[in-house]
Ligand binder design. Structure first.
Ligand SMILES: Nc1ncnc2c1ncn2[C@@H]1O[C@H](COP(=O)(O)OP(=O)(O)OP(=O)(O)O)[C@@H](O)[C@H]1O
Ligand SMILES: [Mg+2]
Length: 433
């Protein structure tokens, strides 16, 4: 590190420094123009551990030379006839040649010959203004080094010359190469992960499919027995069959959700856009939920804005119903007896409408909100009450809304209730997942 010092002020405290205190002008040099001539009064050099080891307080010219000599990049001065009139220690190391062999030689001797043209125009341009350019330096042993020339005109005793700082690009190129490799490795890893994830989803989709068939068989035969279709059964048997039916339906619901999510993740979910009657779809879903609403004496009010009703809505009716079903079943589940639920639909903007399900249930803590809509995520409750479910509904809803060209969101207050919503387009384009 190089410290440039000017004027007398009380700033530096160090035993190795002269008694008089000085003002630090600049604490690091990185090849930039360091100081204006006349500003610097002294120079302080530090070793690798940051300790000062050399202090100079001389004329500007000497300080400038001193800085160049100890500079960590190459530095040369070139006369108008393109010969090198000065080079620092670093440049001599770069070229692997002693200074006395470099001084007096043409700069063209140290640059790859296919770059002569660029070098000449670079040097010509510097005579009027500062410039920079990438070159390939040729060392005395013929090895090549990628460098960057940063030049500016200098005036010495009336003559115009050129001062060039030569930055060794090897370490930067190496770092860039490493960065690119890391990016490539990351992209490869990402691809592998995606592949593995797809394989997992494919497996789950197949498994779920295999599980559904025997389960439907259980549900079918249970139903037959429950309805006395295979002969009369006792009251106790009927009770047990009812429990089997409820559990089987619940299991089927979980498997269906897993199957849907796996299909989406493995890119196999098909959408069937068609003209729909939104009021009809909402009524149908609420009808299937009526027993649950009734059981908890929850009121469910529906309000569909006229503007939305007047639109020709093209969407996938089953997926739309699934979104509403998932939100509504949660609203019922997390709202206590005698609660209230509102299903509202109103325009979001010219192209989108908003479906929202509002409840006055248990609500959600602010810090938990960001965790919603992720697979298998059920929030920790402060109460000991257990709620059924495995935490797939919201994750599935998010995917479904995305598939319909929309998005989901939530607003909630703990203890007050929640509003879960989906913003969906009036017209879903024909596309698959
Ligand atoms: N209306 C709501 N009010 C309060 N908390 C809710 C509400 N909806 C969802 N949550 C919270 O978000 C969690 C995740 O909901 P999600 O629908 O994904 O899963 P689930 O209902 O627990 O199970 P599943 O839907 O798979 O049957 C819930 O377990 C609950 O903690
Ligand atoms: Mg749910």
């Amino acid at each position: 590190m190089i410290t440039l010092i000017r004027k007398k002020k009380k700033l530096i405290k160090s035993s190795s420094l002269p008694k008089e205190s000085l003002d630090i002008l600049s604490s690091k040099s990185h090849g930039q123009p360091l100081v204006q001539a006349g500003e610097v009064e002294a120079v302080l050099l530090h070793n690798d551990q940051g300790k000062p080891y050399l202090y100079m307080r001389k004329g500007d010219e000497e300080i400038y030379r001193f800085l160049l000599e100890n500079f960590h990049e190459g530095a040369i001065n070139i006369s108008q006839d393109r010969s090198i009139i000065y080079c620092n220690k670093k440049f001599s190391e770069m070229i692997k040649s002693p200074k006395n062999k470099i001084i007096g030689a043409s700069i063209f001797e140290f640059v790859s010959n296919n770059q002569f043209k660029q070098l000449e125009s670079f040097l010509t341009s510097i005579e009027s203004h500062p410039a920079k350019h990438a070159f390939r330096l040729i060392s005395s042993d013929n090895s090549k080094k990628d460098v960057f020339f940063v030049g500016q005109p200098i005036k010495t005793e009336g003559n115009v010359g050129i001062s060039v700082i030569i930055i060794d690009m090897t370490k930067y190129k190496l770092a860039e190469k490493k960065r690119r490799k890391a990016l490539l490795d990351l992209a490869k890893l990402n691809k592998e992960l995606q592949k593995a994830n797809k394989a997992k989803s494919f497996f789950l989709a197949n498994m779920s499919h295999e599980l559904r068939s025997p389960l439907n068989c259980i549900i079918g035969f249970t139903d037959l027995m429950y309805k006395d279709k295979v002969g009369a059964i006792s009251k106790a048997h009927k009770e047990y069959l009812k429990e089997i039916a409820i559990s089987s339906h619940h299991l089927l619901c979980i498997i269906n959700n897993i199957l849907d999510l796996s299909k989406i993740e493995s890119g196999h979910m098909e959408l069937h856009p068609a003209l729909v009657n939104i009021t009809k779809l909402i009524t149908e879903v609420i009808k299937t939920m009526e027993p649950l609403l009734h059981k908890k004496n929850i009121q469910c009010a529906v309000d569909i804005d006229k503007i939305v009703v007047s639109q020709s809505i093209i969407t996938d009716s089953d997926r739309f119903k699934q979104i509403l079903y998932n939100y509504l079943s949660n609203a019922i589940k997390f709202t206590s007896i005698n609660g209230k639920i509102n299903v509202n639909v109103y325009p979001q903007n010219k192209k989108f409408f908003r479906l929202e399900i509002k409840d006055n249930g248990i609500g959600i803590k602010k810090r938990d909100i960001s965790e919603l809509f992720t697979m298998f995520k059920q929030l920790k409750m402060d109460t000991t009450k257990l709620y059924q479910g495995i935490g797939l509904g919201l994750a599935l809803t998010r995917h479904l809304a995305k598939g319909l060209g929309g998005e989901v969101g939530v607003q909630s207050k703990l203890g007050k209730g929640s509003i879960f919503f989906a913003i969906l387009p009036y017209k879903l384009g024909k596309h698959n997942y």
